[in-house]
Structures are given as structure tokens and as C-alpha cells.
Design a protein around this ligand. Sequence first.
Ligand code: NAD
Ligand code: TYD
Length: 361
Amino acid sequence: MSRRLLVTGGAGFIGANFVHHWCRVYPNDRVVVLDALTYAGNLPNLKLVQEYENFGFVQGDICDGYAGQGQRTLVDKILGAENIDTIAHFAAESHVDRSILAPGAFVQTNVVGTFTLLESFRQHWETKAQPENYLFLHVSTDEVYGSLSPDDPAFSETTAYSPNSPYSASKAGSDHLVRAYYHTYKLPTIITNCSNNYGAFQFPEKLIPLMCINILMGKPLPVYGDGKNVRDWLYVNDHCQALDVVIHQGKPGENYNIGGNNEVENISLVKTLCQIMDELAPDLPVSPAEKLITFVKDRPGHDRRYAINANKLKTELGWSPSVTITEGLRLTVQWYLENSDWWKPLLSEEYQAYYRQNYSQ
Ligand code: NAD
Ligand code: TYD
């Protein structure tokens, strides 16, 4: 059976990688992207699939048109016109630092937007003769579980939610709504909670692309606090493969954690990036690149450690990550080296203004 997917946020980092994966592996499936093209959404991310005959793109806001019962939203129209059976929901405000500077958009898109989608999808699904063929995949984060101490066990699917930033609180709110729609209406939903992703097409205000680009430009590498915060890094292609498995084999009503088994302190990660750049990039403006490392003021409320226990996905659905952090980082650095045409236009006046605001606190 071929699927008809609506991918929200498909012009963002993970969504675009997911669309590439899906169009390559399932060329007979219809893939429609709905994306508002915020600062983080970038149409060139979808260049590779523009010519693909089953691909469609709609520029629009997932919240658009919601005005209470009886109003048709933009999403209602797309679900009907495209006869969608699967929503892969990536659209979100996703950057913790921006959620500290301006939290309002996070509540709007992450909570209200997810609610709007759930309502539309429920009404669409309720009229169908074969409701078992429908799925709402909600892509969420490990940050909903809060922060770990060094000796705590990794987050599992039963860890209590304890979000600490406006970003993670808004994602937790959206997860609770998704859960409630399964519990109350039996809407076929699945929630995935993944760790920090890295790879091609990541907007250069997240740690890894920001460091790669600053090294190439000879700019300081701003490490927050003591640099000993730990993240569990997941290569984005592995994440997309995990989502593929979840869509095809996951059980509605379940949550699955997705992680890379790669816990690393930030300072150690940044030093590794510097070493790979020293090796792969000729003529760096500052060499060795480590000379650029600069400790800066810590992020307010900075979560100390995230770690994912992804055993459920491994034992129940047979997925585990395919690349080590060393392999994934080399592939990623190589990609940023070869794709300055992609990232240079993103360093816009708006980006510079954000950068000044975030790093001058
Ligand atoms: P991103 O910020 O790169 O992309 C988000 C996309 O959503 C952008 O294309 C943006 O234009 C779009 N968007 C934002 N608001 C919208 C709206 N109101 N209507 C329609 N489109 C809108 O994010 P990402 O890193 O690709 O993350 C995708 C999902 O994965 C998010 O839900 C995020 O919470 C989750 N996640 C990300 C990571 C990570 O490391 N990047 C880790 C865990 C979970
Ligand atoms: P980030 O990529 O923003 O992801 P998240 O906050 O969702 O984990 O940051 C990853 C880690 O790197 C986090 O501990 C904050 C830290 N960090 C820095 O030290 N300097 C930076 O300039 C950025 C953007 C992040």
C-alpha cells in the first residue's frame, strides 16, 4: 500500500532529511510538505526532491485558520485535498536559546499548532472506512524529561516529564495533547523522543553547525559555562531511519525513545570538531582551530546532561544507530566544507542580530 504523507516542518533540518529519505526509499508515496518558512525553514533544503513527481510543497502555518469549532483550517484543506493518511509532525520552534529570548512563538507553534493539527487529523480520520491505516507521528525531544546528574540512568519511555526551558515545556505540552488524543479518541498517534541530532542542513545557530562555520570563518567558538554539559548525539540519517521503522512497525499509543548512544561533553565535542577541521580543511584562517575556543556566560537554566535509553526501539522494532560519533562528525564536517553555497546565505542580518543578542547577554 502506498502512503500519502503530510510532513510538517519539512523545510527544516530533520524534516528535510526525512523527506530526502522518504522520497528516495518510497518513490511511489505522495509526500506533501507544509512549512511556514520561518528563519529556520529553508527551501533550498528541499532542492534534491523538487523534481520528484510525487512531491508537493505548501507554504503555510500549521496554526492557520484555527478559530474554534466549525472553522476549516489550512490543514483541514490539505488533508482533504491530498487524501492524507499519515502526518509526520516536525514543525516546531526548536531552539532553546531562542525560547529563552522570546518564548511566545514556542507556545503558539508547539502547543497551539500541534493542537490544531490533532483536531484536523481527528476530524479527517473519523470519516474514514479504514481508520487503522492512519497515523499521526509526533516528533519530540528528550528535553521533556529534564536534566540528569552524572550517575543517573538514561531517560527511558517511563521517565517522568520534567521540562526546564520554555522550549522543552512547550514540547512537553504538545506531547501531552498527543497522548490525550490517543487516550480519549483512540486517534492512532505515536510519539518519538529523540536526542540531539546533527548532520547536513542544520541551521547554523545549533552547536555543531555554528562551530563548523565559525572555524571556517576564523570566529571565536563560544562554549557555554564550563563546557561540561553532556548531550547524546544522534546522526540525523539514523534518526530518519528510526522514524521509518516507527511509521511502518510502531504501535499506536506508544512512545519510543531514539538516541545515538553517544554521550559527549560539549568541550570535548568542540575539540573533536576542531581536530577534524584542522585535518580536512586547508588554509583555515586560524590554525589549529582550538585556539578559537572561548568560554562564555552560561545559558540560563542550562540542562546538565541528557542521555537516551533506546532499548525499546531496539528490542521491539530492531532499530539501532548505524554510525559512530566519529564517523558521523567527519561526514558532517565534510558536508559543511562542501556546501558553503548553502550556509553562507543563512548568515543574514537577522542571523547577525540574533547572534549579537544571544552572545552579548
Ligand atoms: P528546525 O527548527 O530546523 O525546523 C523546524 C521547521 O518547522 C522549519 O522549517 C520551520 O519553518 C517550520 N515551522 C516552524 N513553525 C511553523 C509553523 N507554525 N507552521 C509551519 N511550519 C513551521 O527543527 P528541527 O531541528 O528540524 O526539529 C524538527 C523537530 O524535531 C522539532 O519538533 C524538534 O522539537 C524535534 N527535535 C529536534 C532535535 C534536534 O536536535 N534538532 C532533537 C530532538 C527533537
Ligand atoms: P544546542 O545545539 O543549542 O542544542 P540543545 O540546547 O537543544 O541541547 O546546544 C547543544 C549544547 O551546546 C548545549 O549544552 C548548549 C551548548 N552550546 C554552547 O556551548 N555554545 C553554543 O554557542 C551553542 C549554540 C550551544
